[in-house]
Design a protein around this ligand. Structure first.
Ligand code: ATP
Length: 491
C-alpha cells in the first residue's frame, strides 16, 4: 500500500471494552470506499490521533428509517458486540451525527470468498479444507452463543491482510434464548439467499443453529466445485432442488469431501453433522476431511499456497495500483479527482490493456474475454458458456463480459445482469425473474464515461444510461465498451 500513514492495525480487543470517549467523524481521515451494501457504504479510515486503520461502515439514518431497517441495524450492532473471535469482523466503536451512523470495524480488504472462488475457478483440496476449518471454528463460537447467522454465504466471508476469514453481515442474525438447545427449530421469517437457504426454512419457516451447517455444506461444495450445489434458472426451481436435496458431484470428487458435504446437506437439521444430536462440533472437527488440520493453530498458520499465490497475482497488483493513487486523497475529493487519478494509473501501466485481459467473461475484476480469440479458443469458450444460465440470452454468440449493475432511471434503481455479447450487443436481464429487460443500442456514437470507481454513464444518441458497479469496476466496464467500439466500428 502507499505511504498514507494508515498502517497500524487496532489491537485485537474490540473497543466495546475500552471505548472511553465517543469518537466523532472529525477524528478520522477518510480514504477510499471498500464496499457498498444495500444500506451502507464501507470506507477505509485512519484515526488521526492513533494512526489506526478501520473500515467504517456509514449508514444514512434517513434511508434506514425509510426502508424500515432500524431493527436490522440494531441487531447487527448487538450481535457484533457480543462476538469476540478472530474469524469475525470486529466492531471497535460506534458513533453518530445528525445524518449518519458509523460502525468502526476491523479492515478486511482482501476481498470476498465469492470473488476468490470466481477468480480461481475453484479451490484445491488444501485451500478448501483450510478455509472450511476456519468457518467451522467461527461457527462453533457463534453457535456457543446461541446465535444463528442465517445468511452465511461466500459474499459475507471477507479476507483480511493475513488472508484469514472475517465473517460479516449480522443484520439478519438471530439470537436464540440462552436456554434453547440451539438445535430445535424456531419460527423465522424468510431471510437469507436462495442458494444457501436451508430446507427447514423453506418448508416450515423454521430456523436453528444447524441451518448455518446447511449453508456450510453449500459453501464447501462451492469452494471445491466452483459452483453452487443448488442452482436453477430461478428461485422457485432452486427451492425445489433444495427441498428434494437434489445436487450432483462432479466425477472423481474427493471421497472425504463428498462425505462431509453429504453429512451437512441433510434435509433433517438434527441429522446434520455438527448438530448436538450428531456429536456437535467435536464430531464435525474430527471428520476425516479435516485430517491434518491443527485447530488451535488455524490463526497462526500460513494461508494455503493457492491463496498466497493468488493474492500476489497481477489482478491484485492492479487493484493496489489504483488504491495507491487514491489513498492520498480525502474521500470528499475522490470523485472530483477521479479522472486525473485514472489517467495517472494508466500512465503507470506498461503496454496496452489487452495485457490485463482476464480470460473469463464473468470475472468481475477483469476485462472479460479478449476480442481477438482464435477459432479454437472461441469454440472452447462457447462450449463452456453452454453450462451458464446466461447462455440462453446470448443466442449462440459469445459473452465477452458480464456482471451485475444497478441501472438508475429517475428515482428508480434496478438491479440488472448486463451481458456484453459479440455483435456487439449489450443486453440487460432481471436476475430474479430471468427476463430480458432491454438492450442498449450500439452505434459508433455510443460512449462510456466513468464518473467514479462505481458509477459510469453510457451515452447513446437518444439516452444516457446511469449505471453503478458495486464492485468498483466501473472503469473496466468503460474500457471494455470502448475496446469493443473500436473493434467493431472503427474502419
Ligand atoms: P447488504 O445488506 O447489501 O449485504 P450492508 O449494507 O449490510 O449490505 P455490508 O455487506 O456489511 O453492507 O458491506 C458492504 C460491502 O462493504 C461488503 O460487500 C464488503 O465488500 C465491504 N465491507 C464490509 N465490511 C468490510 C470490512 N470490515 N472491511 C472491508 N470491507 C468491508
Amino acid at each position: 500500500m502507499a505511504e498514507n500513514g494508515v498502517k497500524s492495525e487496532p489491537e485485537q480487543s474490540p473497543a466495546r471494552s475500552s471505548q472511553s470517549k465517543k469518537k466523532r467523524r472529525e477524528d478520522f481521515r477518510f480514504g477510499p470506499t471498500l464496499g457498498e451494501g444495500s444500506y451502507s457504504t464501507v470506507v477505509l479510515a485512519c484515526e488521526i490521533a492513533t494512526g489506526k486503520e478501520f473500515a467504517i461502515k456509514i449508514l444514512q439514518k434517513r434511508h434506514i428509517i425509510k426502508e424500515k431497517k432500524v431493527p436490522q441495524v440494531e441487531r447487527e450492532k448487538k450481535v457484533l458486540s457480543r462476538l469476540d473471535h478472530p474469524f469475525f469482523v470486529q466492531l471497535y466503536f460506534t458513533f453518530q451525527d445528525t445524518e449518519q451512523l458509523y460502525f468502526g470495524l476491523s479492515v478486511a480488504r482482501k476481498g470476498e470468498l465469492r470473488e476468490k472462488i470466481k477468480q480461481l475457478g475453484k479451490f484445491d483440496l488444501e485451500c478448501a479444507r483450510f478455509y472450511s476449518a476456519q468457518i467451522v471454528s467461527a461457527l462453533e463460537h457463534l453457535h456457543s452463543l446461541n446465535i444463528v447467522h442465517r445468511d452465511l454465504k461466500p459474499e459475507n466471508i471477507l479476507f483480511n491482510d493475513k488472508l484469514q476469514i472475517q465473517i460479516t453481515d449480522f443484520g439478519t442474525a438471530k439470537e436464540l434464548p440462552q436456554d434453547d438447545s440451539g438445535d430445535s427449530p424456531r419460527t423465522s421469517s424468510f431471510v437469507g439467499t436462495a442458494q444457501y437457504v436451508s430446507p427447514e426454512l423453506l418448508k416450515d419457516k423454521e430456523i436453528c443453529t444447524a441451518s448455518d451447517l446447511w449453508a456450510l455444506g453449500c459453501i464447501i461444495y462451492q469452494m471445491l466445485v466452483g459452483n453452487y450445489p443448488f442452482k436453477a434458472p430461478n428461485e422457485y426451481l432452486t427451492f425445489q432442488q433444495i427441498l428434494a436435496c437434489k445436487y450432483e458431484f462432479p466425477e472423481e470428487f474427493d471421497r472425504e469431501a463428498k462425505d462431509i458435504i453429504e453429512q451437512l446437506l441433510q434435509l433433517e437439521p438434527l441429522e446434520r453433522l455438527g448438530s448436538k444430536t450428531r456429536g456437535g462440533y467435536q464430531a464435525l472437527k474430527s471428520h476425516k476431511f479435516f485430517t491434518g488440520i491443527e485447530w488451535d493453530k488455524l490463526l497462526t498458520q500460513d494461508p494455503p499456497k493457492q491463496m498466497m499465490q493468488h493474492s500476489q497475482d497481477s489482478s491484485d497488483e492492479d487493484n493496489d495500483e489504483v488504491n495507491e493513487v487514491i489513498d492520498n486523497f480525502e474521500h470528499a475529493s475522490f470523485i472530483d479527482d477521479f479522472k486525473k487519478q485514472i489517467s495517472e494509473v494508466d500512465k503507470k501501466r506498461k503496454g496496452s490493456h489487452e495485457e490485463l485481459v482476464q480470460s473469463d467473461p464473468d470475472d468481475i475484476t477483469g476485462y472479460g474475454l479478449p476480442l481477438n480469440l482464435t477459432k479454437h479458443d472461441r469454440e472452447k469458450w462457447l462450449n463452456k458458456q453452454q453450462t451458464s444460465q446466461w447462455d440462453y440470452f446470448a443466442k449462440g454468440k459469445l459473452i465477452l463480459k458480464r456482471g451485475q449493475l444497478e441501472k438508475k432511471r429517475g428515482f428508480s434503481i434496478k438491479l440488472r445482469e448486463f451481458l456484453l455479447v459479440e455483435g456487439p450487443k449489450l443486453i440487460y436481464i432481471d436476475p430474479n425473474t430471468m427476463e430480458e429487460k432491454g438492450e442498449i443500442p450500439w452505434s459508433q456514437d455510443l460512449r462510456a464515461e466513468p464518473k467514479s470507481f462505481r458509477i459510469f454513464f453510457i451515452h447513446t444518441p437518444n439516452r444516457t444510461y446511469h449505471l453503478m458497479d458495486k464492485s468498483n469496476n466501473a472503469i473496466k466496464w468503460c474500457k471494455k465498451i470502448e475496446q469493443i467500439k473500436k473493434f467493431y466500428f472503427s474502419s
